[in-house]
Design a protein around this ligand. Structure first.
Ligand code: UDP
Length: 323
């Protein structure tokens, strides 16, 4: 199979490229390198079955070039990270909305299956213990910039769903919950690489808010095989699947665990949300997935713990700092 991965130079996309190449497939990566990097592709860039196309999913000509001979598409490209969304809100909205529409249209023209990466952010402030795929979305005001990411991704899902209903396009939607692992950068907001980088540098660990908000972090290497299994499974088409871990931690506990795992002398500082993200920011206080559906469909069952994740991110960051 020849797969196109949009966002192939990104954190999840690059792991997916490695996985597909190791399974004997061909991979084309389309990426505009806005947050992804060629460094993420260093393990695959010389592989004979790999091709890189630099370009944006908002550029139809770049998409056309990348789509040549492709049998299936993983649409992972997006403007990601809370800092990116708050810094470049309009650009991010355009990329996340029009980019997905472009990819769905390109897949429709060639009648190839496409997996669309959505996000657990679409649930917004729903703090239910175990969010199932049909759980309600509780979203703040459209004038609060944070929500534009969730709004765009929710509309992406609707686009994908309607393409499957009205055009018989083979689509799968996934909602990853706080995927973490090697290569993820903290530059755009993601908390685990930020805490690890701060701890390794002996800098204060910046906990935003009171630190009692919780998240469930899932290792990227547990997520990637599920993406492949879902796009290969015709009975998954037209459906949406949560992908995440159910091991919950508060952000304060996460900070303590990172300090202990690195042996760092860092202190923990609490920073009010307004200072971290600007006025009017709303955070999710809890976000726990129910992944029964993905388990029933493709046996999705993450086996790496939060300690494994922290250890993997520390090892990765140590190599990068030492470079
Ligand atoms: N967070 C934090 N310090 C940081 C970065 C993030 O306390 O330096 C918090 C953030 O406010 C949120 C949680 O960590 O409550 C997860 O943030 P992230 O951006 O990784 O993911 P998301 O908010 O999308 O779940």
């Amino acid at each position: 199979m020849r797969y196109l991965i949009t966002g192939g130079a990104g954190f999840i996309g690059s792991h997916l490229a490695e996985h597909l190449l190791a399974s004997g497939h061909e991979v084309v990566a389309l990426d505009d390198l806005s947050t992804g990097t060629l460094d993420n592709l260093s393990t695959v860039s010389n592989h004979g079955a790999f091709r890189f196309v630099r370009g944006s999913v908002t550029d139809v000509a770049a998409i056309e070039s990348a789509m040549a001979g492709v049998d299936a598409v993983f649409h992972m490209a997006a403007a990601v990270g809370v800092f990116t969304i708050l810094d470049k809100t309009l650009d991010s909205l355009r990329t996340n909305l029009h980019g997905t529409e472009n990819m769905l249209e390109a897949a429709r023209k060639r009648d190839v299956p496409i997996l669309v990466a959505s996000t657990s952010e679409i649930y917004g402030k729903n703090t239910a213990h175990g969010l199932t795929e049909d759980a309600d979305r509780i979203i703040g005001s459209p004038l609060k910039n944070r929500w534009s990411y969730a709004e765009a991704k929710a509309l992406d899902e609707t686009f994908a769903y309607l393409y499957s209903q009205e055009h018989d396009l083979r689509t799968v939607i996934v909602r990853p919950f706080n995927t973490v692992g090697p290569r993820q950068t903290g530059r755009y907001g993601m908390v685990v690489p930020r805490f690890v980088t701060q701890a390794l540098a002996g800098q204060p660990i910046t906990v935003f808010g009171d630190g009692q908000q919780t998240r469930c972090f899932c290792h990227v290497l547990d997520v990637v095989p599920a993406l492949v299994a879902l796009l290969s499974d015709s009975s998954a088409y037209g459906q949406v699947f949560n992908l995440g871990s159910t091991e919950q931690t508060t952000i304060s506990q996460l900070a303590e665990r990172v300090i202990s795992a690195t042996g760092s002398s860092s202190t923990i500082v609490k920073i009010p949300y307004e200072e971290a993200y600007g006025d009017g920011y709303e955070d999710m206080q809890r976000r726990i997935p129910d992944c029964t559906k993905a388990f029933d469909q493709v046996g999705f069952s993450p086996r790496r713990t939060l300690d494994d994740i922290i250890a993997a991110v520390i090892a990765d960051r140590r190599v990068r700092v030492g470079r």
